[in-house]
Design a protein around this ligand. Structure first.
Ligand code: NAP
Ligand code: F7E
Length: 354
């Protein structure tokens, strides 16, 4: 690897944003390192096309086993990699699940962030080089919103263990900037989605179902609160904002959003319409998916990011819905082909047996 290339370290590299950010940084000539959790099954499917072998001199993405709950491991990785930039994306990021696993959510989201910050602060001091830091803050910190739209100065009112943990991580980052002069920035990102979104988040759950329903592989889609409203953008656009924040001379915090909000119901309509179906015939509600406390609406004002970073969202929610439905229809077709091939083999076997 070129010794002149900038080095970035990404926690949460196997997630939706980690995969887009890796691709962006590699396209900019970075040497990218990522922290991957040991798992009994494969968890690198989103980055398998770009990862490299540590012995390959052309490798652009190098993986290290680790976990943000493990300080010693973080410190060892920080010293091994000696990064110029650290992006802390690791989190138990599902809001509904955070009610089932509040303690682990705090461990990974809140304590995880401060462990990464500590390892950055210590490594910066002992290596004698600046390490710039990005924290993945969230619109969930606004929760029960205190003003509409939400901007950097809007007070927080989190509504879940996840939101509460992100508020801690956000203020810890601000505190490290103010206490130690760390170049540490928070991106307060509103919901952002893509064909790589986890399948239990509502947009992807909808687009997966649309593909399968269109091909006759599923009858119904059960959802929770259809009236919740979100400001949905495209993950590919949002990772650019993360990078731009770390290129500024001064670290700061920025809201990243599209400035348009629609309901889950409306998102369903857009997606089913894309394949010529009426969502009302297929969508039903199941109380299982309601949350103990709900965030009813989120709408961001990203004026500061537009002015200071020169960042602007490029993908409308309609374009996003179409992109995701088209990808999931293709995925469903591949699944159906496999399933039908399996059936053909099964029925052949049946004929042999009888
Ligand atoms: P995601 O797809 O759920 O990815 C989360 C990543 O964190 C995965 O790589 C996961 O690893 C890793 N991880 C979880 N616990 C960990 C631990 N203890 N140690 C190390 N890694 C751990 O989330 P995303 O949508 O890409 O979001 C990226 C970040 O932005 C998260 O911090 C999220 O909370 C935040 N955020 C997301 C949104 C959004 O709308 N997407 C909005 C605002 C903020 P595995 O693959 O092994 O599970
Ligand atoms: O829910 C409602 C649900 O789980 C969106 C994370 O990336 O963005 C994400 O958090 C809305 C909620 O995302 C179902 O009640 C209805 O009001 O897709 P979601 P989220 O909770 O907004 C923020 C910014 C993050 O930071 C988080 O990491 O949709 N909804 N029915 C449903 N939600 C789900 N998951 N499943 C349903 O069946």
């Amino acid at each position: 690897m070129s010794s002149k290339a900038k080095r970035a370290l990404i926690t949460g590299v196997t997630g939706q944003d980690g995969s887009y950010l890796s691709e962006l940084l590699i396209s900019k000539g970075y040497e990218v390192h990522g922290i991957v959790r040991r798992s009994s099954s494969f968890n690198t499917s989103r980055i398998d096309n770009i990862r490299g072998d540590v012995r390959d001199p052309r490798a652009k993405l190098l993986l290290h086993y680790g976990d943000v709950t493990d300080s010693a491991n973080l410190s060892a990785i920080m010293h091994r990699v000696q990064p110029d930039e650290v992006y802390n994306l690791a989190a138990q990021s599902h809001v509904r699940v955070s009610f089932d696993m509040p303690v682990y959510t705090v461990d990974s989201v809140a304590f995880g962030a401060i462990k990464v910050l500590e390892s950055v602060r210590e490594a910066q001091q002992s290596l004698g080089k600046q390490i710039r830091f990005y924290q993945a803050s969230s619109s969930e910190m606004f929760g029960k919103v205190m003003e509409v739209p939400q901007k950097e100065t809007t007070p927080f009112y989190p509504r879940s263990p996840y939101g509460v943990s992100k508020v801690f991580a956000h203020w810890a980052t601000v505190n490290y900037r103010e206490s130690y002069g760390l170049h540490a920035s928070c991106g307060i990102l509103f919901n952002h989605e893509s064909p790589r979104r986890g399948e239990t988040f509502v947009t992807r759950k909808i687009t997966r179902a649309v593909g399968r329903i269109k091909l006759g592989m599923q009858d119904k889609l059960f959802l929770g609160n259809l009236d919740a409203q979100r400001d949905w953008g495209f993950a590919g656009d949002y990772v650019e904002a993360m990078w731009l924040m770390l290129q500024r001379a001064e670290a700061d915090d920025y809201v990243i959003s599209t400035g348009k909000m629609i309901s889950v119901r409306e998102f369903c309509r857009l997606c089913f319409e894309r394949v010529g179906l009426d969502y009302q015939k297929y969508v039903a509600t199941d109380p299982r998916y309601f949350r103990p406390a709900e965030v009813e609406q989120l709408l961001g004002d990203c004026t500061k990011a537009k002015q200071k970073l020169g960042w602007t969202p490029r993908t409308s929610v309609e374009m996003l819905a179409h992109m995701m439905v088209d990808a999931d229809l293709e995925l469903a077709k591949r699944e159906k082909t496999l399933r039908d091939a399996g059936h053909a083999v099964e029925s052949e076997e049946r004929e042999h047996h009888h």
